[in-house]
Unconditional design. Sequence first.
Length: 201
Amino acid sequence: MVERKTLELAQIRRALGGYQPLLAPEFGRAAAVLVPLLPRPEGLFVLFTERSKELRSHAGQVSFPGGSIDPADNGDPRAAALREAREEVGLREEHVELIGALDDCPTFVTGYVISPVVGVIDPLAFTAAGRYPWTPSPAEIAALHELPLAGFLDPANLRIEIREREGVEYQLYWYTVNGTVVWGATARILYQLIELASKET
């Protein structure tokens, strides 16, 4: 991992602007997530959802807003990510600027292929307290976590484990930032975003 103490939004924009994501639709059912970036005077923050423990899939996990790509989305991960973000946390489409996409991320246990879409939340939509007026779905979301991107750049907050599946080794990422644990596909997505943007000067 390229170590960096801070990442600016301009670096992320440049990194994603010319990036062509690797697609892997053959590995499972299509899904999409939105990686919501929140620009604040003290730096970038990232929104995560903590899924309700009552859900059948990924109950209790910390993740990005997202879900299956439905027929109404016309196969477009961007449309699915924005729709799911509206349904799950009340994020309005007109308040999001989509700036790029990351590699497809298969979830081998649940059989999905997640297409991550990165979006910047318009600070003009923030309240006087400097927060977006989220309205999380009580049926799906137990809590929201707005965590500083800088916290994910500290190597002390990252643990990488080597696992094996069908004879093939792979890396499993675990972040712990401000007491919140982010792991699995969500951590893989964030790790790639940081790696790409860290190469920009």
